[in-house]
Every structure is written in C-alpha cells, then in structure tokens.
Design a protein around this ligand. Structure first.
Ligand code: SF4
Ligand code: SF4
Length: 230
C-alpha cells in the first residue's frame, strides 16, 4: 500500500481544513487580486500530506504539466526550512531561540505561475493560501498582515503540520518533485534523507496564540480539533 492510499482520510481532512481556512480568512479585507502575484516565489513551504493531496486531486495530464514546469525551472536556490512551525513552538516552550533561516524572494518566482495565474490554484498548499496583505505588496515591498490574521494563520499551520506528524516538511517545490512517491512519509526517515533540507512534522506541543487572542480563537481551535480529533 502506498503512502497516498494509506492517507486517504487525512487527505479529506486536509481539504476540510483548507475550506475552513478560506472561510475564516474571508472576514479580513485584503488587497490581493487576480494576477497580483509578487508573493508567488520559489520559497513556499508544504507538508508531505499536502503533496499527496495535490497528487490525489489532479488528473494525470495536470500532474504531467506540473512535471514539465518543474523541469523547466531547474534547481534554483530555494528556502529550505529546517524548523517546522510546531518545532518553533517547541523551541519557545523549552526557552530555546528560534533558528535563524535565510529566505529571499529574489531567489525566484514559483514555476507554477503562468501569466500571473497559479496553475494549481484550487489545490495549492497552505503556505500559498496564507499569503495575504491589506495593502498591495508592490507598494511597500512587503505584506501588511493584521495581527489577528497572523495568529489564525499560525494556528492553521500548526494543525496542518500536526495532521501529518512524522511526515516530511520542506520547500514546496522540492517536495512536489517527489509527488506520488513513498519518500514523502518520513516515518523511518526515507523522505528526510532523500529530500534536501527536509524536516519532520511534529505534533502540536502548544498553540502559539497570544493571550489577547485566546478567547477569540477558542471556537476555531475547537473546530480544528474536531476535524483532526485531538
Ligand atoms: S499577498 Fe501581496 S503580492 Fe500576494 S496577492 Fe496579496 S497583495 Fe498581492
Ligand atoms: S503554487 Fe500557485 S499560489 Fe503557490 S506560489 Fe506557486 S503559483 Fe503561487
């Protein structure tokens, strides 16, 4: 049985989390618009399960198109995180400093972007969905994200990682090159050894919610907990 077939339920749960995320984030006014895509860089991160989701939901022709786009892009410099979101939460709990990681948008545009449009938009990973700004990024050179939105995004990142605990976390494009392969399951570490810079997803050690947002995020945390049954 492949990693993907083992994870059918998890893939469906992931889709439910994406739907909930899109619903919750619709409450925030954003400047984001079609063909505004400065945030579409080669530095997006994802979990192995999110790649399994893409592989499951797209047909063979769409997957072939992705392979062509990835091959055309070649191996450029990319952000390769060695700490996951839950790894950061764990470090905070243990009083350790967060790892310093280099991430530069000038390393390149996401190869899945064509004419300013994402070619896999309905199945894009959470790392893409969380890109939002109240002011067009082009005006200021960076995203302007309201503090409550940042908290909600962090909570979703933690739950999506928890859902794939033991699996691979890494650069989205690196992982996508292995779509359909068992290496995305790093229980036993095959993925971690084969994919450059891949980290391992962890369970939630504690949610990173500032005290002033605890009450307002209570229902959301309960909904997410019910979805992944924690
Ligand atoms: S996050 Fe910034 S670059 Fe991306 S769509 Fe929104 S405004 Fe545009
Ligand atoms: S996958 Fe789509 S949304 Fe994500 S960075 Fe690439 S083009 Fe943008």
């Amino acid at each position: 049985m492949t990693y993907i077939s083992k994870l059918n339920n998890a893939v469906n749960t992931l889709e439910a989390i994406y739907t909930l995320f899109d619903t919750v984030m619709a409450a925030f006014p954003v400047a984001c618009a079609k063909q505004c895509a400065d945030c579409c860089t080669c530095n997006v991160t994802a979990t192995g399960l999110e790649i399994a989701y893409i592989h499951d939901r797209l047909d063979g022709r769409a997957l072939d198109d992705i392979r062509v786009l990835l091959a055309r892009a070649g191996q450029t410099r990319r952000f390769r995180p060695f700490q996951t979101t839950n790894g950061l939460a764990l470090a905070c709990m243990e009083g350790r400093d967060a790892d310093e990681e280099e991430n530069d948008p000038s390393w390149g545009t996401c190869p899945l972007l064509e004419n300013g449009i994402c070619t896999i938009y309905p199945v894009r990973p959470l790392g893409c969905r969380v890109m939002m700004s109240t002011i067009p990024c082009r005006q200021t050179g960076q995203a302007d994200m309201p503090f409550p939105a940042l908290t909600i995004i962090t909570v979703f990142m933690q739950f999506v990682e928890h859902l794939d605990a033991g699996g691979v976390y890494g650069n989205f494009l690196d992982l996508l090159e292995h779509a359909g392969e068992d290496v995305l399951d790093c229980n036993g570490l095959p993925g971690k050894n084969k994919i450059p810079g891949a980290a391992q997803n962890l369970k939630i050690p504690a949610l990173m919610i500032p005290p002033e947002h605890i009450e307002k995020t209570q229902n959301l945390v309960q909904s997410l907990g019910a979805l992944i049954r924690v």
